[in-house]
Design a protein around this ligand. Structure first.
Ligand code: AHN
Ligand code: ZN
Length: 332
């Protein structure tokens, strides 16, 4: 009897110990690791529609009705995705003395967040097709499906995605005006490169919020043409080498390595130059450059009457847009 009691006692003891073990709570999740939002899927058709909508206004040349109508469209579109939209309007003087009425359109997401990323593209199109192969067309305004509308189209789709599922960081999207009103190729009045990027120069000197800064910036310029390649533009490598690597590496991870090539591109005096130089936000330029181009180092239809919607490949918008989303949602 005693033996039996002894074994029952041992059995109960083991059972309780076993149960206790099982009841032991799982170790708590580390509190410092914030749950990241999944990277959304960029919609190429949606972005292409946003490119088409801009092109449908006609050339977006400062001081024209098409330009004003497109500004209303862009600001209205961004207000669908965030209440925090600022139109920074003002006047700048062009190379030939023309006073240009510009409108930089700035949309902020999670404006209270200190950690921010800046995304930008120019929305105006060029007043003259001075690189057209036909000399008779070199004073014709440019449609700018690629040179202007492509980068903006990508960023409107990015804005739509930001409105659906916010990442951990704040994002500012700026559509710069008056980028492309630089002097004609054959101009005698050429006095340096600073007649390009007039809207971004103004903003860099007069940001929409006093003391505005961001962790880094990404400029999109001519990102939509079929067959585009993005070698590493040289001001970007100089001012923002870490960002350059971050974005190119992300593109390669996402399977877009064939487009984001590691070759060195030349120095391009684009909006990012002023953001780096004046505002001191490390900013890169994703820009289609082509060493074998028949048109400078740019894509073949650059500053010609042929920069039209049929040159845009929706898949290229996806390549760039998805890469931008991967970078943003990974950042916080
Ligand atoms: C210059 O040709 C000096 N800058 C070109 C920047 C640009 C024009 N990007 C698009 N259109
Ligand atoms: Zn241009």
């Amino acid at each position: 009897m005693n033996k039996l009691l002894f074994f029952v006692f041992i059995f109960i003891l083991l059972f309780t110990v076993g149960c206790k073990r099982k009841e032991k709570p799982a170790p708590p999740e580390p509190q410092t690791v914030e749950q990241k939002v999944a990277v959304p899927a960029f919609n190429a058709d949606s972005a292409f529609g946003f490119v088409r909508a801009q092109v449908d206004f006609g050339p977006r040349i400062p001081n024209t009705e098409a330009h004003r109508a497109c500004a209303r469209y862009l600001a209205g579109k961004m207000r669908q995705y965030t209440p925090d939209v600022i139109e920074q309007k003002g006047k700048v003087r062009a190379y030939d003395g023309t006073v240009l009425n510009f409108n930089n359109i700035i949309a902020s997401f999670r404006p209270g967040e200190k950690a921010r990323v800046l995304l930008c593209a120019h929305w105006d199109s060029r007043h003259i097709a001075d690189h057209d192969p036909d000399p008779a067309l070199r004073k014709t305004p440019v449609t700018g499906a690629n040179d202007g509308a492509s980068g903006v189209g990508v960023l409107i789709e990015v804005a739509r995605q930001l409105s659906l599922a916010a990442p951990g960081i704040g994002v500012d999207i700026i559509f710069f005006d008056a980028e492309d009103y630089g002097p004609p190729e054959d101009s005698q009045i050429r006095s340096g490169n600073d007649f390009w990027g007039l809207g971004s120069q103004y903003w860099a000197n007069n940001p929409h919020m006093p003391g505005y800064t961001a962790r880094f910036g990404i400029l999109l310029d001519m990102v939509g043409a079929a067959g585009a390649r993005f070698p590493r533009e040289a001001f970007s490598s100089y001012y923002a080498p870490d960002i350059h690597n971050k974005v190119w590496n992300k593109a390669h991870q996402a399977g877009f390595g064939e487009y984001f090539i590691y070759d060195d591109g030349g120095l391009i005096n684009d909006d990012h130059y002023y953001i780096n130089k004046i505002r001191r936000i490390p900013t890169i330029d994703i820009i289609h450059l082509d060493p074998n181009s028949t048109n400078g180092s740019f894509f073949n239809y650059w500053h010609t009457t042929e920069d039209t919607l049929d040159k845009i490949d929706p898949y290229m918008l996806k390549v760039v847009g998805q890469t931008v989303l991967e970078v943003i949602y990974e950042e916080g």
